[in-house]
Design a protein around this ligand. Sequence first.
Ligand code: SF4
Ligand code: SF4
Length: 455
Amino acid sequence: MSRKTRPYLFYDTTASVCSTCLARVEAKILIKGGRVFMEKWCPEHGFERTLMADDADYYRQCREQWIKPPELPRRFATPMARGCPWDCGLCPDHMQHSCVTVLEVTGHCNLRCPVCYAGSGPDNPSYRSLDEIGRMLDTIVENEGEPDVVQISGGEPTLHPRFFDILKEARRRPIRHLMVNTNGIVLARDPDFARRLAEFGPGLEVYLQFDSLDDAVLRQLRGADLARIHEQALEHLNAAGISTSLVATLRKGLNDGEIGALVRHALNWSCVRGITFQPIEDAGRNEGFDAARHRLTVSEIRRAIAEQSGLFALEDVVPVPCNPDTLAMAYALKLDGQTLPLTRYLDRELLVGGASNTIVFERDPRIKDTLVQLFSTAHGPEQRARCLSELLCCLPRVEAPAALDYRNVFRVLVVQFMDAANLDLRALKKSCVHIVQPNGQMVPFEAFNLFYRKA
Ligand code: SF4
Ligand code: SF4
């Protein structure tokens, strides 16, 4: 007599939390019909099941092939005492240093977005003092030595009365890349603001909220008509020559059909170096969110980039090895109005092999021709000063015929911040986006929004 089988593959177990009471629970990873689910059970609140990926092959590649040895921070600030996720951090059980450190300088904002993991708004008057911010910058440097990326965030950081002094403080420290996370309203209204900001470059980038080209969508996500504001902000950033990344928060059925249009729009602006897509993290203020209809996974966004952009194929969007569960990336070269996808030429072995490995583009004739063409054009030495490894977070050193100019590189990132429903503590331990705290701690972004952020 043949035995009955379960209608899925039992792929793995992990730990998660109950999305009702946040108690730590065991979770199973199941593969069924080419899709991946997390199934968990809380003694109090019963079963729940969450779609983790709609492409089981991609999920398995991330888990089995796109992993590399964890890179350590210089120090751990907290001991292991209660177990993950209650020991942040970083505790010695964390498996990745801070690729990006977020420094929140205010809870105040000139918008009150229906979607805001920080719960910021006009009625929140909190600003950190410059002294406190200086100490937090010191914490970041103690942890990282020469931090890759520090993101000045909020609320809306451009509203901080000492905003430019904060940038000066940051510039006094050995931070390689400084980002300002903004909704763009101040930049749109005041062209002088962009000009002042430009004085802090190179190595400064604006991370501009840019969810849609359509005011009807923006009203739902941001509570305001912002399309014109975004364009004005981009005009001022372009005029000031400030490196900019667009950041689109995606809600399924609302703006995931705009992914290709947003990529193409980003390519139209010479100041724009890339676009980041973030599915909504169900944390903080998240009005009107219906998990059954609005959740998106990395694999769905990856496919949408390939289907809608007219530029990237599926194989161009690859997992980022430091945290492949939640990050995917695609790179392109922008040359004389043409855009050439680049990631397909990067060998997985080299990407996951560690920072000491070197990618030599000359091996591929197409890339070589492109680079020769790039560097035969009139680029002064100061423009060639930055090499690709400094521009591309999480990539090993790249050896090209000469260093690439930052303006010729275009990056698409998918960044998923897990919430209680899809939290996989295995992946959380690899989080490389951390929020610095005034007490010297560094808390993984998702853990902070779920467990540590005070209302
Ligand atoms: S998320 Fe990382 S830092 Fe926080 S408790 Fe878990 S292992 Fe430690
Ligand atoms: S999401 Fe950004 S712009 Fe909107 S309220 Fe929050 S901090 Fe302000």
